[in-house]
Write a protein that binds this ligand. Sequence first.
Ligand code: E4P
Length: 214
Amino acid sequence: MKFFIDTGDVNEIREAHAMGLVDGVTTNPSLIAKSGRKYKDVVVEICELVDGPISAEVLSTTYDEMMKEAHEWHKLHKNIVVKLPLIPEGLRATRTCTQEGIRTNVTLCFSPNQALLAAKAGASFISPFIGRLDDISETGMDLIEKIVTIYENYNFKTEVLVASIRNPTHVVDAALLGADVCTIPFSVMKQLAQHPLTDAGLKKFIEDGKKIPR
Ligand code: E4P
């Protein structure tokens, strides 16, 4: 399973990348707004750091405007994947991008049928938001299971990119279901490495190490 980092913070990307945990990056307008920087400046800097798919989202909702933004993102760097919303106009833009050889990440997916439409439009990635489903008392991971099954049934090439991850259990469950990618906040990436037995064992090894004659 590939690990993408879900952030607009370049320092987090640098740190996670140094640990070999960054196969790609996802951004969205809310994450970039937090950085206080221009969207393009952040994305260009990320592209210089990470040689993998970097999702950059369009900010408009009509076909013509989305295509204009898609062309601008595509021209900016070869690693950029254009992130488009799962609305009818977004699906139309996805299809055109695919025909033009522009990679796409269809975002804000909350149902298996939406994922089916994105695959039929030729999306490179589908982003089901599992944490936001959990937030409204649904089981987000059930959506991943259904999408993985549907895509396998029909051999769709669209990669399942599990998004809106909130905790380490989301990551292991996505891996067990065979999802292609998890996009993970840096805080959760750090949690993945933690185990109390590792800490206790290391403490003992350090103590005993001091008793070894040098
Ligand atoms: C995915 O590409 C989105 O950026 C992200 O995972 C959304 O997560 P949130 O629900 O925590 O905002």
